[in-house]
Design a protein around this ligand. Sequence first.
Ligand code: HEC
Length: 159
Amino acid sequence: MHHMNRTRLSVRAVASGLVLLLGGALVLAQGVPAALDGYMTWLRLNADTVTENPSGAHPQPKNVYVNLGPGELLTPEGSFVLPFPDETIVVKERLDPEALWVDRIYVMEKIEGAWSYGFYDRTADGTFAGQDLGTDNFCSGCHQGASGTDFVFTTYERR
Ligand code: HEC
């Protein structure tokens, strides 16, 4: 995500502590790359919020979104068209199980044929802080486990 524009969006209308999911607001919180603006309107891979995943690496409630339309993303059988094209962004939002607000945003972005990874954490004042970790790190190490699906674990759920 090194090329992402880090312009800080105005969230003056959003009171501190109210972040991301209110009434489908299309603004992102401060501190999140502008390229992710409106991600919650993208295609969601999971049909319903995933709340049970005891063995997963990211065990909290979550949703996974991608910035591709169904026609680009899926074969007629509903599996992914592989590999994902450059500029694909996959966002996993992790929800605090108590507050049910987004407390971390995981990102994978395809840049020149390689996934770049990053994550952004909710801070006490409701803004987000995080970083682009690049292509070679502990994220990519574990995502090797999904090498058969271009390093993306989550599948598209029919609905
Ligand atoms: C220990 C293994 C592991 C590590 C480390 C890991 N992930 Fe994942 N990641 C997974 C698994 C498994 C899933 C599938 C959904 C789930 O279980 O939460 C996933 C899902 C995702 C998704 C949704 C797309 C997909 O592959 O399903 C994103 C985006 C993501 N991870 C980003 C990251 C980032 C960024 C990091 C590093 C900060 C990271 N992951 C570290 C295992 C890992």
